[in-house]
Design a protein around this ligand. Structure first.
Ligand SMILES: C[S@@+](CC[C@H](N)C(=O)[O-])C[C@H]1O[C@@H](n2cnc3c(N)ncnc32)[C@H](O)[C@@H]1O
Length: 249
């Protein structure tokens, strides 16, 4: 049998870190290729699986190897309360680009224009997974596969197509850009093939994204409130799409 720690060290430079039981559970559900999975308490991890994820319990039992807590702690940047960690293969960019470009679409693509906050990006990927969005595209320098984003996404990067592109490389489809100066979203039906674009936390939509936008859409907000948080804006917009005809798969 392959030594899981040696395997971990061989793969950790390129693989995606799944930090904690829930990240591993989601990745397995959405067919990630898991290379190695360790836990400091196998009985506790499988008890969690029995309680929360009986659908993937047998797969987790086959994947998880118990190692001493000190060994587990040496493999991860910081320990997780569930003492579970795994490495998975990052899905191919070419496959994602093909999925993002394919039309007609049954669900929108979320575009984060120059996001800055890793936690926001993770929360958005989790939302996109929950609503069955086609993918999440980021522009700018933030890496949407950064370990902190993957942690925030709870392993749900594997449930949608996550890639970084330039504004000029965005997939086809009408761009509905979210901006407090836009038309009230309550009078708008968001089509399934839309690109739903959101500006950065600090400076809003970039000039390139504004130039590409077909529609500017606003979320209802009382006067004197400047803006909502990025991830909550995505949540409201995807909810609006789902409530006006779009539906999670
Ligand atoms: C924190 S806000 C950006 C605030 C920034 N200071 C600005 O000048 O726009 C991040 C993004 O969330 C979306 N957003 C926030 N509040 C919104 C609202 N009331 N209507 C539409 N979009 C909103 C926009 O896409 C915005 O660019």
């Amino acid at each position: 049998m392959t030594d899981p720690v040696a395997l971990w060290h061989r793969q950790s430079g390129t693989a995606v870190l799944l930090d904690g039981f829930h990240a591993l559970k989601h990745a397995v559900r959405f067919r990630a290729e898991v290379l190695v999975a360790v836990t400091a308490d196998r009985a506790a991890a499988l008890a969690l699986a029995d309680e929360l994820a009986p659908d993937v319990r047998d797969t987790l039992a086959a994947l998880l190897t118990e190692v001493p807590h000190a060994t587990y702690a040496s493999l991860v940047p910081r320990t997780h309360p569930t003492a579970v960690a795994a490495l998975a293969v990052r899905p191919s960019r070419a496959g994602h680009l093909e999925r993002l470009a394919r039309t007609p679409r049954t669900a929108p693509v979320v575009v984060l224009d120059h996001p800055r906050n890793l936690g926001n990006a993770g929360a958005v990927i989790r939302l996109a997974a929950g609503f069955g969005a086609t993918g999440v595209v980021t522009t700018g320098t933030l890496d949407p596969w950064h370990p902190t984003v993957v942690r925030g996404g709870a392993g749900l990067h594997f449930a949608t197509a996550v890639e970084r592109l330039t504004a000029g490389e965005l997939p086809p489809g009408p761009v509905f850009a979210l901006d407090p100066e836009g038309e009230d979203i309550r009078g708008t039906k968001l089509p399934d093939d839309a690109l739903l674009a959101f500006g950065s936390e600090r400076s809003g939509l970039s000039p390139e994204l504004r130039a590409r936008a077909d529609h500017l859409i606003a979320l209802p907000m009382r006067p004197m409130v400047s803006s909502y948080n990025l991830a909550t804006s995505v949540a409201m917009t995807l909810y609006h799409w789902s409530a006006t005809g779009g539906a999670p798969a």
